[in-house]
Design a binder for this molecule. Structure first.
Ligand code: NAD
Length: 420
């Protein structure tokens, strides 16, 4: 697609994710008394780093890629956060994601701070060798600041366990640390944790179960999921396995709807053979915008930022929204949805299962242990239930919505440690 017509690029110009994040912070400042100095500190990352990564391409030419690492806040522990590979990734996006990570770790109750990384690249256009050299190059440029007790990256959009394994290996070569705890989301055989692949979706499901009554949702929900990647696909499957009906899913190109429910295994197989979702037998093709406006019980955005905005929030018909993507709802849309009585379970709670199991992986690596999947999921469930209920309490006490409740809980925990 010509960049000029890239819908996401246009949206991003209109809604800078970091400005959105700061607008959310501004809303909390109005209803709390944490103090101006504390908010001033949180308006800037501890540091943001841009790097250039030279990569020798398969044809022998040299290409320079732009990469980033933002270390936002480490009051609670080492910076923690994924690495995104995307052609539209830029510093404001990474800063926003790093800020949300700081709050997310606090909400999850784990001893880690917030960071995020990225490279401006379309990984689908690289060969495997080029992708490996690029990923190792990112670590070479940043090895000084990374480390199990300093800054611990993880996967995000378009980064895989294999990429994490290359990065851990590169770090071990340069620094000599063999624990693997410098990076999470590794393959099982390279020190990854059981359950990391499905952790974000499963964590989201535990949050949903904890808040279902509060959200006034039926036992058998009709669910629409935007995004069919790691998070969207796994979340859809977990909801379907637990008796809910997935009426719609989408990827970057297409969306499909089937009122009596999609057979997700067949959808996945169809996408693998045809390369997309379009014309999946028995379903109707719709646009991604139409998916967001479907009549359903639960809408799960699981793709990118800025999907629910002032332009479409009025048209949302879902009874509730659960944000598995980071930053899918703009602050203006939040206000509209609140007035319409549509509750939004915020990203920093709903998708915190991923970082929670990443933290488990880090802990297992440092202690040289391997926990069973059962143990991982039991710990995850308890932590997700605890944070859901605490956020609900905070929101009720401040007579506000769930996102504000989550921010209040996170800021209390960060402020407490920043005193020291
Ligand atoms: P992914 O690369 O595996 O999948 C992204 C999916 O979104 C793909 O199916 C892609 O086709 C689709 N997509 C892209 N543009 C779209 C558009 N405009 N409309 C609809 N679909 C579109 O990435 P992921 O790891 O699943 O991450 C998705 C979201 O979840 C991101 O916001 C990420 O930050 C967040 N998240 C991921 C994790 C994790 O553990 N991977 C944890 C927490 C949050």
């Amino acid at each position: 697609m010509h960049p000029k017509f890239d819908f996401r690029r246009i949206l991003k110009c209109m809604h800078n994710p970091f400005e959105n994040a700061m607008a959310q912070l501004g809303k909390v400042a109005k209803i709390t008394d944490f103090g101006d100095e504390f908010f001033a500190r949180l308006r800037q990352p501890d540091r943001d780093i841009r790097i250039s990564i030279p990569v020798t391409m398969d044809d022998g030419t040299l290409k320079i890629f732009e990469g980033y690492r933002v270390e936002y806040n480490n009051a609670l522990g080492p910076y923690k956060g994924g690495i995104r590979y995307h052609p539209e990734t830029e510093i404001n996006e990474v800063k926003a994601l790093a800020f949300w990570m700081a709050l997310k770790c606090a909400v999850a109750g784990i001893p880690m701070g917030g960071g995020k990384g990225g490279i401006t690249v379309d990984p689908k256009k690289l060969s495997k060798g080029e992708l490996e050299r690029l990923s190792r190059g990112w670590v070479q440029k940043l090895s000084d600041i990374l480390g199990p007790h300093k800054d611990v990256p993880a996967p995000d959009v378009n980064t895989t366990p294999e990429i994490m394994a290359w990065m851990a290996d590169e770090y071990a070569k340069i620094i000599g640390d063999k624990t693997g705890a410098v990076i999470t989301g590794k393959p099982l055989e390279k020190g990854g944790s059981e359950g990391r692949g499905t952790a974000t979706g499963l964590g989201g499901f535990y949050v949903f179960e904890s808040l279902k009554k509060e959200l006034n949702l039926p036992d058998k929900c009709k669910v629409a999921v935007q995004g069919f990647g790691n998070v969207g696909n796994n979340t859809a499957k977990i909801f379907a396995e637990n008796g809910h009906i997935i009426i719609a899913v989408s990827d970057s190109k297409n969306a499909i709807v089937k009122d009596d429910g999609l057979d997700l295994e067949r959808v996945e197989a169809y996408k693998k053979t045809t390369g997309g979702l379009k014309d999946f037998p028995g379903s109707r093709n719709i646009t991604n915008e139409e998916l967001l406006e479907l009549e359903c019980d639960l809408l799960i955005p699981a793709a990118f930022e800025n999907q629910i905005t002032a332009d479409n929030a009025e048209k949302i018909k879902a009874k509730a929204i659960m944000e598995l993507a980071n930053g899918p709802t703009t602050p203006e849309a939040d206000d509209i949805l609140f007035k319409k009585g549509i509750p939004v379970v915020p990203d920093i709670l709903a998708n915190s299962g991923g970082v929670t199991v990443s933290y488990f992986e880090w802990e297992q690596n440092l202690k040289n242990e391997h926990w069973s999947e059962k143990e991982v999921f039991e710990k995850l469930k308890k932590m997700m239930e605890d944070s859901s209920l605490k956020i609900l309490e905070k929101a009720h006490a401040a007579k506000t919505y769930l996102r504000m409740g989550a921010f209040i809980l996170a800021l209390e925990r960060i402020k407490e440690k920043m005193k020291n």
